[in-house]
Write a new protein. Structure first.
Length: 384
């Protein structure tokens, strides 16, 4: 189990999150790499996994996307193998993500793991998302610059974006267990000083166009009933080509009424729960039966989230007075439990591992729901 040590979450969130980069030295003491370069190379050979090799040789950059059948010809010069979404495939890697659970599930993207040769890097660049970079084995030098008012972007290779060199405000060598946090918009670059592994915990930050597209897709796909423009108390105009300020205000109010309606909360929650297409392939080949679940729970079982599973629900549902069903989403799929069992359900959703003991207070519907989560592969029984 990975756990941040000598780290104040409150101070970090008030002083650094989305504000300033920082270095957290030895915040993961006695860090044990959840995989090695051979495991990473194995993942890079899989069809459904995003991977790439970036190399720098003779002042030229090369970017090759996986899956890979061989590595020797591609791994030339100062090279890095990068694999996306490792937390959805390796349990220990998923546990590393849990160390950063003080940020909500919906904000988490995935775990990018890279293996680098000495001198390797991807050049100076700027990301538009928050990232924690955990140093595994080896050493890597990181430089981070101040957030510029304006920044240039260029492409030394069609698939590699870089930015201008910068004056560093952070210049540090990370060792195993050290963590570097970089908010959006800060230029940075890393260079391996030895063979090393790095783990980048990235975060999602949808922009307005993405969110409006989600709403538009929902309107088109589900044939929602919506309100039309209405202009009672219309006054005469002598300028028919002019769009009156009052009409513009009414149009904006019409949009605002829909965007702020309760139905949009569920639409966005469903969308924000989507994590990884790989999760759709988790379904058990041999489904477990309800009676088997009951028998196991009678003895007491420990269940855990499958790799990459991060449930999301609207927090207002935890109101004890509410009698509405408790609705949650996993990877865009909706599930529900009764209001009476929302405390038990939320405990399972908020903890990566939970001990369950059968109780007569558990309804048949709740056990059926648990059985479905297990058979879909979202929840696993530890030791089974």
């Amino acid at each position: 189990m990975y756990q941040l040590s000598a780290f104040s979450i409150t101070s970090f969130l008030s002083e650094n999150w989305q504000r300033q980069p920082c270095v957290l030295m030895n915040v993961l003491p006695d860090f044990d790499d959840p995989l090695d370069e051979h495991d990473l190379a194995g993942l890079a050979q899989e069809e459904d996994i995003d991977s790439r090799i970036i190399s720098h040789l003779n002042d030229a950059w090369t970017v090759t996307e996986g899956p890979f059948t061989e590595f020797e010809d591609l791994c030339q010069g100062a090279w890095t193998l990068m694999v996306q979404g490792v937390d959805a495939h390796i349990e220990e890697a998923a546990l590393l993500m849990n160390a950063f659970n003080f940020i909500p599930h919906w904000r988490m993207d995935d775990l990018l793991v890279s293996f680098s040769q000495p001198g390797a890097g991807v050049g100076a660049h700027i990301d538009q998302y928050d990232v924690f970079i955990v140093q595994g084995k080896g050493q890597r030098r990181w430089q981070v610059g101040a957030k510029p008012k304006h920044s240039s972007r260029f492409y030394p290779h069609p698939k590699l974006q870089q930015t201008d060199e910068f004056e560093p405000i952070i210049d540090v060598v990370l060792n195993s267990g050290d963590v570097l946090y970089i908010p959006p918009g800060f230029p940075h670059k890393g260079e391996s000083l030895s063979e090393c592994l790095n783990y980048s915990i990235g975060f999602r930050a949808p922009d307005q166009s993405e969110l409006f597209q989600v709403i538009a897709d929902d309107l088109l796909e589900n044939d929602k009933v919506t309100q039309r423009f209405s202009d009672t108390n219309r006054e005469t105009t002598e300028e028919p080509a002019a769009l009156p300020a009052r009409d513009m205000m009414l149009l904006k109010e019409l949009l605002q009424q829909y965007v702020t309606s309760p139905q949009i909360d569920q639409v966005l929650t469903e969308y924000l729960s989507k994590q990884n297409e790989t999760l759709d392939n988790y379904e058990l080949d041999t489904p477990i039966l309800r009676d088997e679940i009951l028998e196991l729970m009678t003895r007491g079982i420990t269940i855990q989230h499958a790799c990459g599973v991060r449930p999301v629900y609207l927090d207002r549902q935890t109101d004890h007075k509410s009698e509405a069903p408790f609705i949650f989403f996993i990877n865009g799929q909706q599930f529900a439990s009764t209001a009476a069992e929302k405390a038990l359900t939320s405990r399972i959703l908020n903890h990566s591992q939970t001990l369950l003991q059968y109780s007569t207070e558990m309804s048949d519907a709740w056990i059926d729901m648990l059985c479905e989560l297990i058979n879909r592969g979202y929840i696993e029984i530890v030791g089974e």
